[in-house]
Write a protein that binds this ligand. Structure first.
Ligand SMILES: [Zn+2]
Ligand SMILES: [Zn+2]
Length: 92
């Protein structure tokens, strides 16, 4: 199930409360070991996981990007992960 437009409308950036924009088919770098994904656009030179050093796998995914502060929140298994900064340091 894709994320609905109704849900998208009530979602807001937890940091600045501004709107978020849905982007699908974005490139992500996935660390299978840590189960962490990095937004490839923000980490153009990254080839290995900064946490465990494993090689990263390129995957496609959906992401919500704040129109104001440009923080990004991955959508994993149709669930938006609207985590504040202190819980998602490695996702910045
Ligand atoms: Zn890792
Ligand atoms: Zn924001």
């Amino acid at each position: 199930m894709p994320i609905s437009s109704e849900l998208l409308e009530i979602l807001a950036c937890p940091m600045c409360k501004e709107d978020v924009e849905l982007k699908d088919e974005e490139d992500f770098l996935l660390c299978k070991k840590c189960d962490i994904r990095y937004y490839a656009e923000r980490f153009p030179d990254r080839t290995s996981c900064p946490k465990c050093g494993s090689d990263l796998e390129k995957i496609k995914g959906e992401v919500l990007v704040c129109v104001s502060c440009e923080r990004w929140y991955p959508i994993i298994d149709d669930i938006p992960h609207m985590l504040p900064d202190d819980l998602r340091d490695d996702l910045k």
